[in-house]
Design a protein around this ligand. Structure first.
Ligand code: SAH
Ligand code: MG
Length: 195
């Protein structure tokens, strides 16, 4: 049986941005309280959040997408160690290039932060009725508050894109979004009832 602490240590050593403690706790509670069973995750990294989510309940099934070969391989190894390979299906591909036909109760977006709008628009069609889209890292280590103070141009551009995504969610007429400061900042977007 694998140990979550080992994955956490590996992530720290290799600088892999897995979910923060209270962020993943929030997600686990949300899954439990809302009896979520089918999950699509964009951005598996080494499988940490997928494993944590799958451990919430034995009926949970997850499809997760990762584009980096090395992380994908590590994720496969970790998922096997937890005997979760029957319930977690991992795809090695760029999420923007993969076609997913199934419907999910939860879509968890935790990949390239500049592409959040694209992920949202692409995968919103894979939501079940009453499904929800949760996105991670909307505070981006607190940087989204004062983007003017950021020196690096690339970082400033990235933070602007995250703020654009927040505006996109705030102004979205199809979805209602709730923002939480848990972990690195999380949004929970639910489709408005159809009229
Ligand atoms: N959800 C993980 C952490 C994911 S880190 C956890 O909390 O345990 C973000 C990951 O998304 C990285 O491994 C990165 O390679 C991957 N990624 C970024 N853009 C992607 C894309 N377009 N398609 C698939 N994976 C992507
Ligand atoms: Mg994250």
């Amino acid at each position: 049986m694998g140990r979550l602490e080992d994955i956490e240590k590996y992530a720290e050593k290799e600088n892999i941005p897995i979910m923060q403690k209270d962020g993943i706790e929030f997600l686990e509670n949300y899954i439990k309280e809302n009896k979520i069973k089918k999950i699509l995750e964009i951005g598996s990294a080494i499988g940490y959040s997928a494993i944590k989510m799958a451990l919430v309940d034995k009926d949970i099934e997850i499809t997760t997408i990762e584009r980096e070969q090395k992380r994908y391989e590590k994720a496969i190894e970790n998922i096997k160690e937890f005997n979760l390979d029957k319930r977690i299906n991992i795809i090695l591909k760029d999420a923007l290039e993969v076609t997913i036909n199934d419907k999910y109760d939860l879509i968890f977006i935790d990949a390239a932060k500049a592409q959040n709008i694209k992920f949202f628009e692409k995968f919103k069609n894979n939501l079940n009725k009453n499904g929800v889209i949760i996105t991670d890292n909307l505070n981006f280590h607190g940087l989204t508050e004062n983007p003017e103070n950021i020196k690096s141009k690339a970082l400033k551009a990235l933070v602007r894109k995250i703020n654009n995504y927040k505006d996109f969610l705030k102004n979205n007429e199809e979805f209602k979004t709730f923002f939480s400061d848990k972990g690195d900042g999380i949004s929970i977007s639910k489709k408005n009832d159809e009229k």
